[in-house]
Ligand binder design. Structure first.
Ligand SMILES: Cc1cc2nc3c(=O)[nH]c(=O)nc-3n(C[C@H](O)[C@H](O)[C@H](O)COP(=O)(O)OP(=O)(O)OC[C@H]3O[C@@H](n4cnc5c(N)ncnc54)[C@H](O)[C@@H]3O)c2cc1C
Length: 390
């Protein structure tokens, strides 16, 4: 399998995030992760502001990008992905609901936290398969999973560890699905990458680039594009995945990678619409950043769920809070251009920040065996993507 836990200290993660000091006065609340941590760091520069970071009890904040790149294959242990802790202890609790009228947050413990400004950075959750596709036995087998959290990574690793030359079906050929296909192939798995679309990514990248990517997938792993998954059954100890064309693919593990949807507690229960300064469009003194925030430009709504952009948005939301409190100048509109890099089966994808003066290309991830390199240039996840000039 070419996998094995690291001994000694871990290499630095591909993206770095710092957690700042959380002792300040006029109150501002948020949950802390890539995005929340960046907001803390920004607010920490103002000692007169009290910042309270609320971090879910169940998890230690971690670098989510390492879930598929390193933890699922055993290259890193889960604790290697943990982010640095806050220097002042955060509130460890889960937010049950927020009350924008009363300007208070209700926690699972029963406690409530009042705020003058609230930054919501609760991220996203993976999109599920439609109900009824996965049989109860397949679900209970632990062989069907998303790949979004450290727990998911350990589930994947458990199946890979106990299966010689595992057959892995990945359903969904977006960023996470395609990248994971390449990673697991290199780890010794027999991978099939499947998608309902005949040319996965055509909406995001345009037909030409998506066509090149699809070809790269075909050259690298088994593919089954253009047919939707209709049923996942457990037959003895293997999964049988049935598609609309009648084909049945047998696998030891099925990973669903159907994208994410924004996630937040009540009263939103999902996306939070924000203006260009990341202020909620519906409620005073509420801000949202990262995977939970939905932006609108010229009547088009869009959302970016990328690590570096979440971090940038967290800092930007904090600067908007500071401006609203009269502690800083207004930061201006948020820059929606992510600068990030993904690997897609054998292809390295760099998303360039076209609005940055330097136009510097994001660093490629340290993964082996790139063959064709495709550069995609764009300013947001849902914008039209065009190939970079070579
Ligand atoms: C497998 C994988 C690989 C990825 N690789 C890349 C990559 O290579 N490059 C890239 O740019 N992006 C990548 N991404 C996307 C990137 O990880 C996300 O865009 C980023 O994590 C979003 O940050 P966020 O802070 O908005 O949300 P999250 O990172 O999801 O953080 C949200 C936090 O809020 C907490 N929370 C949620 N609800 C509550 C509540 N009610 N109470 C208290 N706390 C709560 C959660 O526990 C979590 O800690 C990857 C994602 C995945 C799943």
């Amino acid at each position: 399998m070419g996998r094995g836990p690291l001994s000694g200290s871990a290499p630095p993660p591909p993206y770095r995030s710092e957690l700042g000091n959380a002792r300040h006065d006029t109150r501002s609340r948020h949950r802390c992760r890539s995005c929340g941590a960046a907001a803390v760091r920004e607010l920490a520069q103002h000692e007169e502001i009290t910042t309270t970071a609320i971090i879910d009890t169940e998890t230690t904040p971690y670098n989510r990008t390492l879930v598929n790149k390193a933890v699922a294959t055993g290259l890193l242990e889960p604790h290697h992905a943990h982010l640095p802790v806050l220097s002042a202890p955060p509130v460890r609790d889960r937010v049950q609901a927020m009350d924008p009228q009363e300007q208070t947050v209700h926690l699972r413990s029963g406690a409530r936290v009042d705020y003058d400004a609230l930054i919501v950075a609760t991220g996203s959750v993976p999109r599920a398969l439609p109900p009824g596709i996965t049989s109860p036995a397949a679900l209970e087998s632990g062989r069907v999973t998303h790949l979004h959290s450290l727990d998911d990574a350990l589930r994947v690793r458990g199946v890979l560890d106990r299966t010689p030359s595992p057959r892995v079906l990945i359903y969904g050929a977006g960023f996470i699905g395609a990248e994971t296909a390449g990673i697991l192939r290199d780890a010794g798995c027999r991978v099939t990458l499947a998608a309902s679309s005949p040319i996965p990514g055509a909406t995001a990248f345009g037909a030409q680039v998506a066509g090149q990517l699809s070809q790269a997938h075909r050259d690298t792993v088994d593919t089954h594009f253009g047919h939707a998954l209709t049923r996942l059954e457990l037959v003895e100890s293997e999964l049988h995945a049935e598609f609309t064309d009648g084909r049945v693919i047998a696998a030891d593990l099925a990973i669903t990678a159907l994208g994410t949807r924004p996630h937040s507690p009540s009263p939103w229960g999902g996306a939070i619409a924000v203006d260009s300064r990341l202020r909620s469009r519906d409620h005073e003194n509420v801000y949202a950043a990262g995977g939970v925030a939905v932006h609108e430009t010229d009547g088009t709504t869009w959302r970016i769920d990328h690590w570096s952009d979440a971090e940038a948005q967290g800092a930007h939301a904090a600067r908007s809070v500071l401006a609203s409190l009269g502690r800083a100048d207004a930061p201006g509109p948020t820059d929606p251009a992510p600068s990030t890099a993904h690997r897609s089966t054998s292809t390295s994808i760099s998303l360039l920040d076209t609005q940055a003066d330097s136009g510097i290309r994001a660093p490629s991830l340290p993964v082996p065996s790139f063959s064709p390199t495709t550069e995609l240039v764009g300013s947001s996840e849902s914008a039209a993507w065009t190939p970079a000039p070579t």
